[in-house]
Design a protein around this ligand. Sequence first.
Ligand code: TYM
Length: 339
Amino acid sequence: MIGDKKVLFSGMQATGSLTLGNYLGALKNWVSLSDEYECFYSVVDMHSITVRQDPAELRKRARALLILYIAAGLDPEKNTIYYQSHVSAHAELAWILNCFTYMGELSRMTQFKDKSAKHGDNINAGLFTYPVLMAADILLYQADVVPVGIDQMQHLELTRDIAMRFNAIYGDVFTIPEAYVGKQGAKIMSLQDPSKKMSKSDENPNASVYLMDDPDTVRRKLKRAVTDSEGAVRYRDEQPGVKNLIDIYSVCTGKLPEEVEREFEGRGYGEFKEAVGEAVVSVLSPLQKRVKELEKEKEYIDTVIRNNAEKAEMTARRTLRKVQKKVGFPERVREREQK
Ligand code: TYM
């Protein structure tokens, strides 16, 4: 708790172009939860370097992501929006937690298996211990809730296990976080292969709607989305392409899947896809407009970056000191004198 509010933490990687999946599965929920909780939203640039990055590009994307958080409706006066790399406590706690995490647990992470298959020439130790840094992110802020898409659930389970293991040895140090997964949109699938998730790293640009795609591109991608030969707009597992489009349409319009089925009863896929395209455009257009406005407010963004990093640092340091004391690191003389 901070004041009378529970704490929320979440983050996104500044890697690749963000997709509609990132928005509908995570960012949109962040905005709807932000009044209720004391929130920390991080641009997790330290996670990004587990895969080789171009430095100038990473810097640019990290800033664009921070701007996107604000453009999506997160008020930086009320929420702490910051770069992970600006708060060194993340790395320090991650080291300690590494010593409470087993190789076997990390080897079972599906994201590690997928990424190491994909980047066979660079299976670095950071890629392996990635979930420990994620646990540090969450536990530093004593988060009660962590809104994520389904693909991050396994990492969240591990975070809980690490926290419980630590608490069992040292007492109640960490709050045990709960995942928050939206009823819909928690796993938006590829438009070209509805058996896999929509992903920023997909090589086929038609598989994903990127948040900065212009309206015509969005419409075209949805028109080309893979469906089936049933010819009926129905929300069922046997029609994964159509189900995914219903998910997208329902999250964008706030309608339930049953309502969408009724709306499109007896109407063809062409008409349905057109409606989905329009619904997505109506969500993305205002977001893009706000991004463009904020990009021009350089000084304002710099102030947000500075103030929020300081705010995050204060909370993070408090937990870190507590943990350092628990594990037996010597007290800093200056801090002892200040008591
Ligand atoms: P990342 O950057 O891959 O994704 C950011 C968020 O978007 C969600 N997401 C999706 N949701 C629905 N459908 C999809 N197709 C889809 N693709 C992505 C993700 O579940 C995520 O919520 N390791 C994390 C970042 C992270 C983090 C954290 C998250 C680092 N530390 C602490 C929460 C708490 C990641 O790579 O997410």
